[in-house]
Design a protein. Structure first.
Lengths: 204, 227
């Protein structure tokens, strides 16, 4: 239940600040999203550039890159996910504690990118884990990664604490660990996780 | 540096019984290569590395080539019984007839090595060795004991082409996982079916996407997506 904006401003002029628990909770969460140190390929270099002085991601709270998935809030999949690496990515995602978010950075993480027909390239990490923000680009500019972080922050801002559409970490029945694919004789088995990747169907 | 012919002569002089052929490169680079017989290839490689004038001490690249089986159609003159009609009566006579005969020349796998000399600052000298066929006889001698840089590169050639290098200290797959069964860079490799979503498909990818859609009913093709 949000507070009426006009009333907020009026009270604010008087020195009284009114907020709701949801706003405060989400404000704290969105301004301290700690990413995991996870870079795969060229997009990882752009991610590093975003953390450096010129584009500084620390301004937005994504300051400390945690080496351990247990301590991280967000995983930026930056770079081509090979089929050899894909089970490891899913395993790391499973090890992250809720609430956890995924940014698929670059064309390779979204769909396989320019190497889509490669024999070892996974055609998009969203086949196995749920992705919150996709950033197109090859590689995306650091500003684009910052835009993605801001988009993610807006998404976190809009998450409700109760009700049907509450996020995964407040919903005991929601699935937060996803099956790790096996490396089969010719391909990963299964080729995608049901429920995670809605394989596009034609609706007539 | 010596010309390719001179190197061939030097090898034949130094390694008795060595089989060396020159493979001419018709392109503008003119980088001709030496095809070595597999039995004496290791001895030739040691000579190339240790010879004081050649001193090819740096192996910069190992790669593989898949030469598929060739189907050759030849016209052969063969004597055959031919039925001819002479004055209304049928007669069989023997005649020389030209026939088209097909035969399959077996292909092979090839490992190509690029050698440079750090000491003498010359190169490259390109060396090839071929397997007997593409199916069961795919063993070649490993050059890892001679040049250490062959270690990972021969693993890659094993992974992608299936050439088994004898004498390699640790021959296992390097790019694909250990349980993988195919050799992806071979000409007859078929990728697995994961063409469910191909929004801008054309040519072969479109054909694969449509085939997978027809087989499993899952997926969307560009025509259907309205692009």
């Amino acid at each position: 239940m949000a507070v009426d904006e006009g009333l907020k401003i009026e009270l604010g002029k008087q020195g009284i600040f009114v907020t709701s628990l949801q706003e405060l909770y989400n404000w704290g969460r969105r301004n301290s999203v700690w990413p995991m140190q996870f870079g795969l390929a060229c997009c990882a270099i752009e991610m590093i550039a975003t953390t450096m002085a010129r584009y500084d991601m620390a301004r937005f709270g994504a300051e400390v890159f945690r080496p351990s998935p247990r301590q991280a809030d967000m995983m930026i999949i930056s770079g081509t996910v090979t089929k050899k690496m894909a089970p490891q990515v899913v395993r790391l995602y499973n090890q992250m504690a809720e609430p956890k978010y995924v940014i698929a950075m670059g064309a390779c993480a979204i769909s396989g990118g320019p190497f889509k027909q490669g024999y070892n390239v996974l055609k998009g990490i969203d086949r196995y884990i749920p992705v919150d923000v996709h950033i197109p680009g090859c590689p995306p500019r650091p500003e684009a990664l910052l835009q993605a972080l801001i988009t993610l922050q807006k998404k976190i801002d809009g998450q409700h604490l109760t009700g049907e559409d509450r996020p995964r970490f407040l919903n005991a029945e929601a699935q937060s660990e996803f099956p790790v694919p096996e490396q089969g004789a010719h391909d990963l088995e299964p080729t995608s996780n049901t429920g995670v990747w809605p394989v596009p169907l034609v609706i007539r | 540096m010596k010309t390719i012919e001179e190197i061939k002569a030097a090898i034949e002089a130094a390694v008795p019984g060595a089989k060396v052929e020159v493979v001419i490169n018709p392109g503008p680079s003119g980088q001709h290569s030496l095809l070595l017989g597999t039995a004496t290839a290791a001895a030739v490689a040691v000579f190339l590395r240790d010879d004081p004038t050649l001193a090819l001490d740096f192996l910069s690249n190992v790669t593989g080539v898949d030469w598929p089986d060739k189907e050759i159609t030849e016209k052969v003159k063969v004597p055959r019984q031919v039925v001819k009609t002479v004055d209304g009566a049928e007669q069989t006579a023997e005649e020389i007839v030209e026939e088209a005969r097909k035969r399959v020349e077996p292909g092979y796998l090839e490992a190509v090595y690029h050698l440079y000399s750090m000491a003498k600052k010359h190169g490259p000298v390109i060396v090839r060795i071929r397997t007997e066929n593409r199916t069961d006889k795919t063993k070649l001698p490993s050059f890892t004991p001679i040049w250490r840089s062959a270690e990972l590169q021969e693993r890659e050639v094993f992974d992608l082409y299936g050439i088994v290098f004898e004498g390699h200290p640790d021959l296992r797959r390097i790019l694909m996982w250990d349980g993988f069964k195919d050799h992806p860079m071979r000409r007859d490799y078929v990728e697995p079916d994961d063409f469910e979503y191909e929004p801008t498909a054309h040519d072969e990818v479109l054909a694969r996407a449509q085939a997978q859609k027809a087989a499993t009913g899952v997926g969307i093709t560009p025509q259907e997506s309205g692009r």
